[in-house]
Design a protein around this ligand. Structure first.
Ligand code: NAD
Length: 326
């Protein structure tokens, strides 16, 4: 029996399983709970593919003392304790860039559905309320102020997709060199200003200690009345769903477009889920053919390199400083 094992939290397509078998037995745990993951880990495990929402923390890493890598299929790595992995010299691989276009497209879809009120108009039509068109109007993207919080890969791509619409684009990202983005025609401002100035606000920050709850009861009301909030980043960047529901009820926000929720899946009974002005999708922005193919191809290529003793590209490693340790 082989000694090495590769454990995947979450399903893997059969061609990926087949390719990984070169390095050991592959165990897939499609819907594993934390306790199932813990039970499966032991000293045979050399690679953990962390696709689900189980937190890969010290307890998990301790159970697999021969772990040579942790691989995330995606760009968010808030489910891995990076400091702990780094302390143990375990490289954490991810696939930034593989889903940039798909998530930016989804963001634009939510934005357009929100300002053109697609769901509202469908309801009016089903109610045979033709005259609603004389009472209600849509929002123009042309000339609208769009605020992008987090001007990284996805935020910047959203700006690119917005180009033909003729919006005024603002961005808040204190961690980048703004002078590198002069050609983007973006006004870089701080959080306070972007909130006060954006009719449409879209979130593209990672979930960190700093960004958790960054949109909260104390600042959401700074947005201009009737604003639109789009979140395809991480649900917990907004304080909670009650806040969004309240902002819709008070018509402070006209529409909310979300692909992500503080808890996933969200509480099925939450009134926001049935709010007529909430446009909601269940964390599917990256679930496109091209994005999924790129994610899996990148993951496989980098994992094969790692397990063959070569270094994966440092831009696909969250903690590249540990690469030299192997
Ligand atoms: P990225 O790292 O390229 O960009 C994130 C940007 O946020 C960086 O430029 C960073 O400087 C900035 N930032 C960090 N903290 C900030 C703060 N406090 N204020 C303002 N800006 C801040 O990441 P990306 O590829 O653009 O992805 C962004 C996020 O989108 C990911 O972290 C992930 O959570 C989310 N995402 C969601 C899906 C989905 O399926 N809905 C898919 C992919 C990514």
């Amino acid at each position: 029996m082989r000694q090495e094992r590769i454990v995947s939290i979450g399903p893997l397509p059969s061609h990926i399983v087949q390719a990984l078998r070169e390095f050991g037995e592959v165990v897939c745990l499609p819907d594993a709970s934390r306790s199932e993951v813990l039970e499966t880990l032991d000293e045979r495990v050399i690679l953990l593919i962390a696709r689900g929402s189980v937190m890969v923390d010290r307890e998990i890493m301790e159970r697999a003392p021969r772990l040579r890598g942790i691989s995330r299929t995606g760009v968010g790595y808030d489910t891995v304790d990076i400091a702990e992995a780094t302390k143990r010299s375990i490289p954490v691989l991810y696939t930034p860039g593989a889903m940039t276009q798909a998530v930016a497209e989804h963001t634009l879809a939510l934005m357009l559905a929100a300002v053109k009120r697609l769901f509202f108009w469908r309801e009016r039509l089903l109610e045979r309320d033709w005259d609603a068109r004389y009472r209600e109007t849509n929002i123009d993207l042309e000339g609208a102020s769009v605020g992008i919080i987090g001007y990284g890969r996805i935020g910047r791509r959203v700006r690119g997709l917005l180009r033909p619409f003729g919006c005024r684009v603002l961005a808040d990202d204190p961690y980048i060199d703004h002078s590198l983005y002069r050609e983007d025609e973006v006004e870089f401002v701080d959080l306070e200003t972007i909130l006060r100035s954006s009719q449409i606000l879209t979130l593209h920050v990672p979930l960190t200690e700093e960004t958790r709850g960054m949109i909260h009861r104390g600042n959401l009301w700074d947005l201009p009345r009737g604003g639109v909030l789009i979140n395809t980043a991480r649900g917990a960047v907004v304080e909670d769903l009650d806040l969004l529901w309240q902002a819709l009820e008070e018509s402070h926000l006209s529409v909310v477009g979300l692909d992500v929720f503080p808890d996933e899946p969200p509480s099925w009974d939450h009134p926001l889920l049935r709010h007529p002005r909430a446009i909601l999708t269940g964390h599917v922005a990256a679930r496109t053919f091209l994005a999924q193919r790129r994610i899996l191809e990148t993951m496989l290529r980098d994992v094969v390199r790692l397990l063959s003793g070569e270094s994966p590209p440092s831009e696909n490693v969250v903690n590249p400083e540990v690469l030299g340790d192997h």
